[in-house]
Design a protein around this ligand. Structure first.
Ligand code: SAM
Length: 177
């Protein structure tokens, strides 16, 4: 099971990025996405709308008490930060630990992430030591830590894309509940 924790959401300013963190987590097979920071029901609702239409059984939730998510987590916890150890040097060990632990918590920030996080997670990992984006960092990390990187099957989808060379094609899927 994979949980993604998005820290420090700021209403208005982070709407699009926070939504894309959720969509990226879902595309790479996360089971649970937890938002914290400023409570923003529109972010949660827009993702639930997408899940209703495009399927998948990922849980989307908000918590004020993000420390509890990290403190109470049993499994491998990884915070993505430009200051962390290099992904290329740690990824093989992380894969083994994830295999053994079965559960993975991936933490991404928005603005400044409190020092507390750096000391409580199992690993602080960088995807390059330059500042970029939580969306990019999450996608690369999720892709590298799993064998089956890009999730293809989304249970209960009402619609799916028909891959095409030059058109935008979708089809309705039977059996959506
Ligand atoms: N100073 C921040 C940091 O610690 O990475 C950059 C802030 S960035 C706008 C927001 C989030 O993107 C960070 O909290 C981190 O989760 C992620 N991020 C940005 N650059 C990263 C990198 N090179 N490696 C891993 N994560 C990164």
């Amino acid at each position: 099971m994979i949980t993604v924790l998005r820290l420090g959401h700021r209403r208005g300013r982070d709407d699009r990025i926070s939504t894309h963190v959720g969509l990226t987590a879902r595309q790479w097979g996360a089971d649970r996405i937890v938002y914290s920071g400023e409570k923003d029901t529109s972010i949660l609702e827009s993702q639930r709308d997408i899940i209703d239409r495009w399927g998948g059984d990922v849980e989307i939730e908000y918590t004020e008490d993000w420390k509890k998510v990290i403190r109470g987590f049993e499994g491998l916890s990884v915070h993505l930060t430009m200051y962390g150890e290099k992904i290329s040097e740690k990824i093989e060990g992380l894969k083994e630990e994830f295999d053994e632990a079965g559960d993975l918590l991936v933490v991404v920030g928005a603005e400044k992430v409190p020092r507390w996080v750096y000391t409580r997670v199992d690993y602080n990992i960088s995807v390059g030591n330059q500042p970029h984006s939580e969306i990019a960092a999450l996608a690369v990390f999720m892709d590298r830590i799993q064998e089956d990187q890009i999730k293809e099957d989304f249970e209960g989808a009402g619609i799916e894309v028909e891959p095409s060379e030059d058109q935008k094609l979708t089809r309705e899927v039977d059996g959506n509940e």
